[in-house]
Design a protein. Structure first.
Length: 275
């Protein structure tokens, strides 16, 4: 039995179909006529994916490769080799500069589309990786394995961020992940920036009393918290001055004034005071 999988282009003017006959066909969505037949894979094709601008097509195959085609001419522009088993899924980043592929070798690979080189190999799944998807801002990648384990990855570093169970998909704005598992639909808050900011507000008193920690957390450095932390820096500087460490005191006072420009102090003069 011949299996065919169909995918629309982003502008919905054309349709691409992937088939067990080793070809990709491009169809006119309005007339239903076949425009092109793309040949080059040696085995069945699992999926095709249009680039965001619709100018190129990626196809993944049982031959352990995926190919990039010019959607207009039907010619192969790149062949990506590196997976050790069947390639199941492929996804362009929103800007098309990178592409992610999922394979039966239990890995996800991130590739640079301009060079064709592997940027990261994401390891951690214990089963075949059946699908992969970029978040709308391209900062994270979600992958799903055959045992329905979902992993969220940092697209820049290749590090695993979070693991949960189910089949998942990003919301259009990338702030919610929906997962289905055990007949339950779960919605996950993935607005990481907002979650961190909420955490900053929750611990603002601690951060104000511990300016060293605040300095590490750039995202928490809002004017209100910085101003409160500046008072802690002044106290630290005064203690250093009292103990004869004038240079250390100057550094604390300077940072305090940087964090709160309203402070009426002269770091060098204040560091000379012992009380």
């Amino acid at each position: 039995m011949l299996c065919i999988r169909v995918y629309f282009s982003s502008v919905c003017k054309t349709i691409a179909s992937a088939s067990d006959d080793k070809t990709v066909k491009i169809w006119d969505a309005k007339t239903g006529k076949a425009i092109q037949t793309l040949k080059g894979h040696l085995k069945s094709i699992n999926k095709v994916e249009f680039s965001p601008d619709g100018k190129t097509i990626a196809s993944v195959s049982w031959d352990k490769t995926f190919k990039i085609w010019d959607a207009k001419t039907g010619k192969i522009t790149q062949t990506f080799r590196g997976h050790k088993d069947i390639v199941r899924s492929v996804e362009f980043s929103p800007d098309s500069k990178t592409i992610a592929s999922a394979s039966d070798d239990k890995t996800v690979k991130i590739w640079d589309t301009s060079t064709g080189k592997i940027v990261h190999t994401l390891k951690g799944h214990q089963d075949i990786v059946s699908s992969v998807e970029f978040s709308p801002d391209a900062k994270t990648i979600v992958s799903v394995s055959g045992d329905y384990i979902v992993k969220i990855w940092d697209a820049k570093t290749g590090e695993a961020i979070y693991t949960f169970e189910g089949y998942s998909i990003f919301s259009p704005d990338g702030k919610i992940i929906a997962s289905i598992s055990d007949k339950k639909l779960k919605l996950w808050n993935w607005d990481l920036e907002n979650l961190v900011k909420e955490g900053c507000n929750r611990f603002r008193e601690y951060l104000a009393d511990n300016p060293e920690k605040l300095e590490e957390l750039k995202i928490c450095q809002n004017p209100e918290i910085l101003a409160k932390a500046a008072s802690s820096l002044v106290k630290q500087g005064e203690e250093l001055a009292k103990n004869g460490n004038s240079q250390g005191a100057v550094e604390k006072f300077r940072k305090a004034k940087k964090w709160n420009p309203k402070l009426d102090i002269n770091p060098e003069e204040k560091a000379k005071r012992k009380n």
